[in-house]
Design a protein around this ligand. Structure first.
Ligand SMILES: [Zn+2]
Length: 278
């Protein structure tokens, strides 16, 4: 009897020490527009001077065993009606949206109201273009970003107040640091300030691909990551550099790959919605 008890104890402990299956099931990388410029050096000071270029732009829809989470909302869906895109007043960037996010979600079979968890890397127009669609979701935002967006002078941070008008009353979790969205370590919001006051990145533990860190605009290109280069228009350039150092240590510790939202070259190697990554 004692022996049997011992064996079952050993069996139970063996099960308990086996790491639990990752509870993220899959992630859709959604094409959420493109941004073209006539001078890439704005993002890579000192190099690519006068060189035109294009940046990819993505939204990410995560299927977890306990619900859906959306990360970033891309360029505004209304740009789909403008074949020549929309150029900013400074003339430095032209934004395009080929397929509205609402349409991409429909193709996957998800309505905005099905998405319980919603966060953006930060609040610039190419990430918050469709934020108002998700007013029924729980919004996760760093407190510093929230203060800037909903404070008296959002334009001071290059935020467009209209992009957030429906989110003022949304259920909001204000963060001041890491946040484990589903409580199992599979989806973790990481503060990565510098580009904006409360910029954040997202660690997603995919069941087959392994851990992936979604950059937001912590860096814009693989070049920027490798050379610790950030735009001079960042909210805090020195802080941006320290964030890169911290995230380099973090990806080393976790073994995560960095997926850079705006790096078109890297993006070409990642399957796009309605296909998904596991
Ligand atoms: Zn961006």
């Amino acid at each position: 009897m004692k022996k049997l008890a011992l064996i079952s104890f050993l069996l139970i402990s063996a099960c308990a020490t086996t790491s639990p299956a990752p509870s993220v099931e899959r992630m859709y990388v959604i094409d959420c527009g493109e941004n073209r410029t006539n001078d890439v050096s704005r993002w890579t000071p000192g190099v690519n001077v006068g060189k035109p270029g294009a940046f990819s732009n993505h939204c990410y829809l995560i299927r977890h065993a306990r619900g859906w989470m959306l990360w970033d909302t891309g360029n505004p869906d209304r740009l789909a009606a403008l074949p020549n895109g929309l150029t900013n007043p400074a003339g430095t960037i032209t934004a395009f949206m080929r397929k509205p996010l609402a349409e991409s979600l429909k193709e996957i079979g998800v309505a905005p109201g099905d998405i319980q968890h919603f966060a953006m890397s930060h609040s610039h127009g190419d990430h918050s273009g469709n934020a108002n669609l998700f007013a029924a979701s729980t919004l996760y935002m760093q407190g510093a970003e929230h203060d800037a967006v909903f404070g008296a002078e959002p334009q001071k941070y290059n935020f467009i107040a209209a992009n957030f008008e429906k989110l003022r009353g949304a259920k909001t979790v204000k963060l001041n640091g890491d946040h484990d969205v589903f409580g199992d370590g599979s989806v973790v919001i990481k503060p990565t300030p510098g580009h904006t006051p409360g910029h954040q990145s997202l660690l997603v533990r995919l069941p087959k691909t392994g851990p992936v860190l979604l950059s937001g605009d912590m860096v814009h290109l693989m070049y920027s990551w490798n050379n610790r280069v950030v735009p001079s228009f960042n909210f805090d350039v020195a802080q941006s550099g320290r964030t890169i150092d911290q995230m380099k240590a973090y990806v080393e510790k976790t073994g995560a790959r960095l997926w850079i939202n705006h790096d078109r070259e890297q993006s070409a190697s990642i399957p796009k919605s309605p296909a998904y990554v596991e």
